[in-house]
Ligand binder design. Structure first.
Ligand SMILES: Nc1nc2c(c(=O)[nH]1)N[C@H]1C(S)=C(S)[C@@H](COP(=O)(O)OP(=O)(O)OC[C@H]3O[C@@H](n4cnc5c(N)ncnc54)[C@H](O)[C@@H]3O)O[C@H]1N2
Ligand code: MOO
Length: 435
C-alpha cells in the first residue's frame, strides 16, 4: 500500500495548468487570469451627473431657498447616453439624468427634488426651472477618472475571476481576457448494475448516484463536467466510450471497476496502457485508486482518442489525466476531495492548496480501520469552550463507503491518522470542511 501523500504527489506531478486562451468575459467566470489587466478607459469615463436634475452654475443658485427660489432658463436636455453638450451660460440650466455628461459651463447639479419640477418619467422639458436650494460647486458631480485612470492596473494575474472582477474588466474597456480556460472533466460511471436516477431498479440494480455526485463535485471545484454517462462492465464498451470522448475533455473521472472483481473492467482496459497505475492507498474509504495519463495515439484500448472530436483537441498537450475512483459512493466523495480537487486546482492554475485542516474535538468516540488513514463523514455540533468545532460521525454506520444516503448529512471529513485505532470522546481531530 502507498500513502495518500505518495499518491497525491504522483497525481500532482502529472498535471499542469491548461494553456491560456483569450475568452470573452461571459465565458471567463471562475477562470484564473493569465495576464495583468490595465484600464483602457477611465472610470467614470467622463464627468457626469450623480442625480436626475439640472446642471447649473453653483454661483447662480448660491442664494436659492424655498421662500426665494432662483429662476433659470432651461436651454437643453441631456439624457444618459446623449452626445448633446448644450453649454450652461450664467442664468441658465440644462436638464440632466443620472450618468449623463455634465455640459460645459456647469459646475453643480441640483436634484429635481430641489426644484419646482415633478420627479419621474414623462415630464416635459420646462422652459424655466425654479431652484429652491443652493448647490455647492461640485455638488452631485462624478469626475472622470475618479475611480480609475487609463493605464492603472485593475486586476492581477493569478486571480480566479469573480463576477465583480469581470465587471471591473468590462468597465475599463475589455471585452475578453487571457485566462486559463475552464477545465472540462469527463464523468463516466461504470457498472452493469446501474440505472439512471429516477428509474425503478430491477433485481440487483441500483441508481447511478456517482454520476451526479462527480458532476456536481466537478462544478464545486470550479470546473465543467462533461457527462459521459454510464457503461456496463464491458471492456469494448468502455474503450469505445473513452475513445469517442477523450478529445473533448481535459481530464476524466471514472467510478467503479477498480478493485479485485472478476468484472472490474476499468482496470482491465486501462492497466495495459502502462501509464495508468492501479494502487492500494492506505485510506478508508478510497483504498483502490487508479490514476494515469491517456495520450493520443497510445497503443491500446484508448488509441485514436481525440480524432474527430466535436469540440476540438484537449487543452492538455501532455495527455488527459484520468482518475479511476472506486465505485462505492462515499469512496468517490472522499477520493475526489483528496486527489481530484487538488488536481483540478492545478489544471485551473490556482496557486496553493485549499488550506489547512481545521482543529476540532470529537464529541463522541468512534472506531478506525487499522493501518489506513480514515476520512470520517462528521457533522459539526457547535463549538466547545475553546472555540474548537465539536464533531461526531454523521451516521451510526461511520465511514462505511456504501452509506451514500447519509453523506448529505456531513459537514466535514474528520481525518484520522493511520496509526490511530479509535477516536475517543474529547480527542483532538483535524477536519476537512466539505462543500
Ligand atoms: N476482494 C476484494 N474486494 C474488494 C476490495 C479488495 O481489496 N478486495 N476492495 C473493496 C473496496 S475498499 C472498495 S472501495 C470497492 C471498490 O470497488 P470497485 O471500484 O471495483 O467498484 P464496484 O465493484 O464497481 O462497486 C463497488 C460498490 O459501489 C457501487 N457502485 C458502483 N458504481 C456506482 C454508481 N455509479 N452509483 C452508485 N453506486 C455505485 C456498486 O454497486 C458496489 O456496491 O471494492 C471492495 N471490494
Ligand atoms: O476503501 Mo473502500 O473505499 O473502503 O470501501
Amino acid at each position: 500500500m502507498i500513502t495518500v501523500e505518495q499518491h497525491l504527489e504522483r497525481v500532482l506531478a502529472a498535471v499542469r495548468p491548461l494553456a491560456p486562451q483569450r475568452l470573452p468575459l461571459d465565458q471567463a467566470h471562475g477562470c484564473v487570469l493569465a495576464e495583468e489587466v490595465t484600464a483602457l478607459l477611465a472610470v467614470p469615463p467622463f464627468d457626469n451627473s450623480a442625480m436626475d436634475g439640472f446642471a447649473v452654475r453653483a454661483a447662480d443658485v448660491a442664494a436659492a431657498e424655498d421662500g426665494a427660489p432662483v429662476r433659470l432658463r432651461v436651454v437643453g436636455d441631456v439624457p444618459a447616453g446623449s452626445p448633446a453638450r448644450p453649454p450652461v451660460e450664467p442664468g441658465t440650466a440644462v436638464r440632466v439624468m443620472t450618468g449623463a455628461p455634465i455640459p460645459p459651463g456647469a459646475d453643480a447639479v441640483v436634484p429635481v427634488e430641489h426644484t419646482d419640477q415633478a420627479a419621474g418619467p414623462g415630464q416635459a422639458l420646462p422652459a424655466v426651472v425654479e431652484v429652491r436650494r443652493p448647490a455647492a460647486p461640485g455638488a452631485h458631480l462624478r469626475g472622470a477618472g475618479e475611480d480609475v485612470t487609463p493605464g492603472a492596473v485593475v486586476l492581477r494575474a493569478g486571480t480566479p475571476l469573480r463576477a465583480r472582477d469581470l465587471s471591473t474588466a468590462a468597465s475599463v474597456g475589455h471585452g475578453a481576457l487571457l485566462v486559463h480556460p475552464p477545465v472540462r472533466v469527463g464523468v463516466l460511471s461504470t457498472g452493469s448494475e446501474l440505472v439512471p436516477p429516477g428509474q425503478t431498479p430491477d433485481a440487483g440494480q441500483i441508481p447511478d448516484s456517482n454520476h451526479i455526485l462527480v458532476a456536481g463535485m466537478v462544478r464545486e471545484a470550479g470546473a465543467l463536467p462533461v457527462l459521459l454517462g454510464a457503461v456496463a462492465d464491458d471492456a469494448a464498451a468502455l474503450r469505445a466510450r473513452l475513445a469517442e470522448n477523450l478529445g473533448r475533455v481535459d481530464a476524466v473521472v471514472t467510478t467503479g471497476g477498480v478493485s479485485a472483481g472478476a468484472y472490474d473492467v476499468v482496470k482491465e482496459v486501462l492497466a495495459p496502457l502502462g501509464e495508468v497505475a492501479f494502487e492500494q492507498v492506505a485510506m478508508q474509504p478510497g483504498k483502490p485508486q487508479g490514476f494515469g495519463v491517456l495520450r493520443e495515439g497510445a497503443d491500446g484500448p484508448a488509441s485514436g482518442a481525440g480524432q474527430g472530436a466535436p469540440d476540438g483537441p484537449a487543452a492538455t498537450e501532455a495527455g488527459v489525466p484520468i482518475f479511476c475512483l472506486p465505485g462505492n459512493p462515499v469512496s468517490v466523495f472522499v477520493s475526489f476531495q483528496v486527489f481530484v480537487a487538488p488536481a483540478l486546482r492545478r489544471l485551473r492554475a490556482l496557486v496553493g492548496d485549499a488550506g489547512p485542516l481545521a482543529a476540532a474535538v470529537a464529541a463522541t468516540g468512534w472506531r478506525c480501520p487499522p493501518g489506513r488513514r480514515q476520512y470520517m463523514p462528521v457533522v459539526v455540533d457547535g463549538t466547545d469552550g475553546t472555540g474548537a468545532l465539536r464533531v461526531r460521525p454523521a451516521t451510526a454506520g461511520g465511514s462505511g463507503s456504501h452509506l451514500v444516503a447519509s453523506l448529505a448529512l456531513a459537514d466535514a471529513l474528520a481525518v484520522v491518522d493511520a496509526e490511530v485505532d479509535a477516536v475517543r470522546e474529547g480527542d483532538a481531530v483535524r477536519v476537512m470542511m466539505v462543500p
